[in-house]
Write a protein that binds this ligand. Sequence first.
Ligand code: SAM
Length: 219
Amino acid sequence: MHRFESSLGRIFFFIDCMNSNNNNHDASSNQFVWNEANALWYAEEYGDHISNDLTIKNIELNPNDIILDIGCGTGTAAALASKICHKGKIYGIDPIETMINIALKNIDKALNVEFILGSAERIPLDNKSVDKVIAINSIHHWKDYKKGLLEVNRVLKSDGLFFISNDIVNNEDCGHGTGPLKTNKNIMDKLTNAGFTGIRLQDYILESDGIHIIQSRKV
Ligand SMILES: C[S@@+](CC[C@H](N)C(=O)[O-])C[C@H]1O[C@@H](n2cnc3c(N)ncnc32)[C@H](O)[C@@H]1O
């Protein structure tokens, strides 16, 4: 396992075997394989990472919004969003049961948040049912980003917004190695190909941490 320290202080881990041949052209990066064990490690080390707070503070959320957080991890962003969208609803999905269990344990039951086992490639929600989709440090982990983008498009209402947020690691990319989503430009091109519009990139920095947010809109 390699340990790689970003210019802004965040540590990313990669698994050697993932850097070898990757025959899946729709895979988002040299993927780190999520399992129950590293979910516990991630929750402990980064579950409440500042990127969640930075994202929720810097995207346009309204009280009535219905939000989907894909790859919600321990549910930090969903809990923060629920305070703003207090008349709406937040769905957090993650394919790792341990993450969902931690998120359920962390959340105040009174909040309007629901955590569901699910993946970007198979979102357990109805067509045109959400106003905004968020993916924080998540898209590089999707098994098939093309399927994921189709799913995001399916569940978003017309004019709905999609926010992809990633830590700033090497200025242009997000520290996930090679792959079709290596740079912001790559991600923005894939969004264009998938039919999203109004695509724009903005960086947000707080002391030694920073995120790129790519915003796009469903037509
Ligand atoms: C780096 S963590 C980020 C967690 C959280 N969004 C955060 O920023 O704290 C990546 C998350 O993506 C999830 N993930 C992995 N494969 C996924 C997929 N195919 N669809 C959706 N989420 C996935 C992982 O289980 C993990 O919780």
